[in-house]
Design a protein. Sequence first.
Length: 216
Amino acid sequence: MAKEAASQKSTRMMRVIRLLKKHYPDAHCALDHESPEQLLVATVLSAQCTDERVNMVTPELFRRYPTMEKMAKAEPEELENLIRSTGFFRNKAKNLRLLAEKLVKNYSGKVPREMEQLTELPGVGRKTANVVLGNSFGMATGVVVDTHVFRISRRLGFSSARQPEAVERDLMKLVPQDEWVQFSHWLITLGRQICKARSPNCKDCFLLKECPQKMG
């Protein structure tokens, strides 16, 4: 296949976005939450864990610790037991307590709205910060690159990078900024329903004509 020029790739991306918007008009953040603080906690828990599992854990977690002040004072063993099924529970529990302590100390228990401030919190990287800023505050600071977005962006030929941060940079050049937040929701939905990791359902994919690497 001939190398795709930058202008061609940009044009193809716009066609892909139109199709995603048409097929997934209701795509949204799958982590259940009622506040930026809850979304931050849920996103930290979602590392190496499904959103479905996190949503099973967080109702009781938020009932026990409804504020960052209470989470900061959580007994380690109790917190670990509540989030055990999300995996890596000891490290996650430690990060949640330290994160809550820092939010209480520096931000009155509220989530800050700056990327730099968020990524200074324990257990919070750029992806988590993008999730919170985009979904809680409507701030398009970047593109969330989870496993689905990483996989599909490479399959569609929009990036050949091997690290999520580099894939994000490639996508930010191609996707209009006002679509950055929603773009991730679209690809995550596509990844769960059609473009799966091990058995992509290419024959039923509405992006088949736009995909240079047809897997089926």
